[in-house]
Each structure stands twice: as C-alpha cells, then as structure tokens.
Design a protein around this ligand. Structure first.
Ligand SMILES: [Zn+2]
Ligand SMILES: [Zn+2]
Length: 235
C-alpha cells in the first residue's frame, strides 16, 4: 500500500486543483482541502499529527476495513508512529478488534473494546520484550482474544484461550531472536492471531501469508536476510 493511501479505507487519494469543503472523518470539523480519498474520506492535519495512540484509536474506530495488516501498515506510515515504540502494543489489538468487529458488524462493541484495549496496552511499557520476556505485540494478541471473549481472571475456557494466544505469539516472535523490531514483531503477531482465530474460533482474519516489510531501511538493527519479512529484492 502506498504511503498516501486513505488511512480509513485504503483507497488512493484524489487531488483537485480547487480546494473543496470536507468534514474530517475523525474529528468532524470542516476544512478546505485539495485532497481526499476516492470514497470521500478526509483526515485533517491536527488529527493526522495527533499522538500515536490517539491516531490509532480514532482510525480503528472509524475504519471500515476488514484487513488488519493493511490497517497496521498504513498507520505505521503516519508520522506520529515511531519505527519502534510502545504504541505497537496498542496497534496490534486495535487493528485486530477493528477488523474482527467490522466483519461481525457490531460497531458499538468495536468502539468500546478498542478503548479498553488502549487502557490495557498502556500497562505494557516500552522495553517489555527484552526486560520482562513478553513482547508487547504478542501481549496485544492476548488482549485481543481476552476482549472478543469477554474474558476475566475468573473465566475458564476463555482465560485459557487468551493465555494460549499470547504464548503462541511469543513463541513465534521469540523463535526469530532479537534485537527487537516492532514491525517484525507486529507482523508475526498478526499472522499468529490469524492462525489462532481460525483454529480455535473457526473465524477468519484477512492477514496475507506472505508479508514484505517496507520499513527495513529505517531500522538500524534489522535482521535483514534472517527476517522472514525482509524484502529479498533490496539486497
Ligand atoms: Zn477512504
Ligand atoms: Zn480532524
């Protein structure tokens, strides 16, 4: 997906020579702009450069996409999302919840759970991967399963599922070795969530089997050819 594609639906941007009136899809304020997406979505400059978690929440609440990886990559291209940073701990459950509830059509539930995911992900601090042995992208998949199953510490089967989800993500993320890469770990977490949801819930998450990372040039510690998402063409 190209950098300038719409954050909400993935459509290309359309540019006109005359500014027109648009309502920001996120804050609902009115603006004049020369650009909007093919579907008429427009995101104002203030929203686009808000804090990382603010943007992730607003985009995932308003998005109609059923494609978590596509949503993750377009968010990763926004200037407020760092190459590496704890916002990825929220990004993972947010795009999974958005895609999941955009499929079921329960939009109220989606909004409520994305807000809860943001609070929970806020407890998973930066550096958790190396210091606590629990990568936040992996924990994010556990937050996702906990929320879609309404799990609590007293739940039975769903308690097990949420913990198994995190375990499976961390197993796949850990198998690749470090140094940490929030892009690699996010891609692996999304792929693992797709498999888990299919296996345990007979559900579907639209995450492609083959993912090519477009962020490696920004990562000084990139594993390069040892990373399964590294683009071979750039070698
Ligand atoms: Zn759009
Ligand atoms: Zn706005």
């Amino acid at each position: 997906m190209h950098k300038s594609n719409c954050l909400l639906c993935g459509s290309p941007q359309i540019y006109s020579t005359e500014p027109a009136n648009y309502t920001c899809s996120l804050c609902q304020a009115q603006f004049e702009s020369e650009a909007a997406c093919e579907q008429g979505h427009f995101i104002c400059n203030t929203c686009h450069s808000s804090s990382a978690n603010e943007l992730i929440e607003a985009v995932c609440v308003h998005s109609t996409s059923k494609k978590p990886l596509e949503m993750a990559i377009s968010l990763m291209n926004a200037p407020c999302i760092s190459m590496h940073g704890p916002e990825h701990h929220f990004l993972v459950p947010a795009v999974l919840l958005a895609a999941y509830y955009n499929q079921t059509g329960d939009i109220k539930e989606k909004e409520r759970k994305i807000k809860v995911a943001r609070q929970r992900a806020g407890n998973v601090l930066g550096g958790f991967c190396g210091f606590y042995g629990a990568c936040g992208a992996g924990v994010g998949t556990g937050i996702f399963i906990s929320l879609i199953t309404d799990s609590t510490p007293l739940s039975q089967e769903t308690w097990g599922l949420a913990n198994q989800m995190t375990a499976e993500s961390l197993r796949c993320i850990g198998a690749l070795g470090g140094p940490r890469c929030c892009k690699r770990d996010t891609f692996m977490a999304l792929k693992t969530a797709k498999k888990f949801v299919k296996q345990k819930f007979q559900g579907y998450l639209d995450v492609p089997d083959s993912i090519t990372c477009e962020f490696n040039e920004f990562n000084q510690e990139c594993l390069e050819e040892k990373c399964p998402f590294h683009s071979r063409e750039t070698l």
